[in-house]
Write a protein that binds this ligand. Sequence first.
Ligand code: HEC
Ligand code: HEC
Ligand code: HEC
Ligand code: HEC
Length: 173
Amino acid sequence: MTWDAPSANRPRSRPRNRNRLFLAVLALAAGCLLRGPAPKPADNSYCYVCHINYKGEKLTRSHELAGIGCEKCHGESDRHSADEDGLTPPEVMYPKARIAPACMACHPGSRLANEKAHTPMLAEAAGSAACTECHGKHRLAVRTRRWDKATGKLLAAEGVRMMQENSPAGSAR
Ligand code: HEC
Ligand code: HEC
Ligand code: HEC
Ligand code: HEC
């Protein structure tokens, strides 16, 4: 028997109950689409073992709270994390031209247009202005490793350095 087949012993109130259930499910689904379920904060502790200086950094923090951890933007990077000599690059790095497109995959230009500060950027070609010029202090002031951010090739390795909680972050590249 299908749900719609007439049946002598089905109570008459049944269709109304089904409608109510349908409406409740619809409202729940609509709520999820509009707000999304509250995200669980991302767990970045694996990366903080070495990158403790990113704890509390603004770009990291706002995304961490929204459930978007380092891994979402830089890949799982297990080999990088396990390499105590620090010669293996993380899986995803960002040459300047790739920054805006990566951010705009989640923050489309149509939404960014509400913010006046974005007008000059949106008038230019995507990628010509890096979002991270204005958002966060996400760059390292001191580098001991240089990889080609597009190919991952190791360009320079100068000694070893422990990154401290107060290691400077946030100067120009
Ligand atoms: C995987 C999706 C995703 C990516 C990629 C992403 N964001 Fe976000 N971003 C979010 C979510 C989700 C939030 C939480 C608030 C919201 O919904 O806007 C957020 C919040 C923000 C906020 C607002 C913080 C606040 O408290 O008001 C800024 C600014 C921001 N992101 C900038 C960036 C920049 C710059 C990049 C690129 C480096 C980027 N985002 C990449 C999803 C993303
Ligand atoms: C010239 C500086 C500048 C650049 C470049 C810039 N922003 Fe912003 N952005 C701001 C300012 C100022 C605000 C408003 C204050 C705030 O929320 O930080 C803002 C707000 C935001 C917000 C939160 C408010 C909203 O409209 O939802 C997001 C998300 C955001 N920017 C993402 C981006 C992304 C993605 C890029 C790169 C494609 C970018 N911004 C480039 C200055 C900039
Ligand atoms: C929303 C995406 C996003 C998240 C989350 C994120 N990053 Fe990044 N990260 C970027 C982008 C984009 C750049 C390139 C920034 C630039 O060159 O201006 C970058 C650059 C870096 C750099 C290189 C900075 C430099 O000076 O060249 C390091 C180190 C880094 N991230 C570590 C981390 C760690 C550790 C976490 C988590 C604790 C994290 N990132 C979380 C997007 C992200
Ligand atoms: C064993 C220590 C260690 C762990 C764990 C670690 N990193 Fe790193 N990471 C480094 C070192 C060392 C550098 C080079 C820093 C410098 O130049 O001084 C680096 C650099 C980076 C960069 C900069 C790449 C660029 O653009 O030049 C990113 C991004 C990054 N790490 C992401 C991550 C992420 C994501 C995790 C967690 C999944 C992580 N790291 C875990 C040691 C570590």
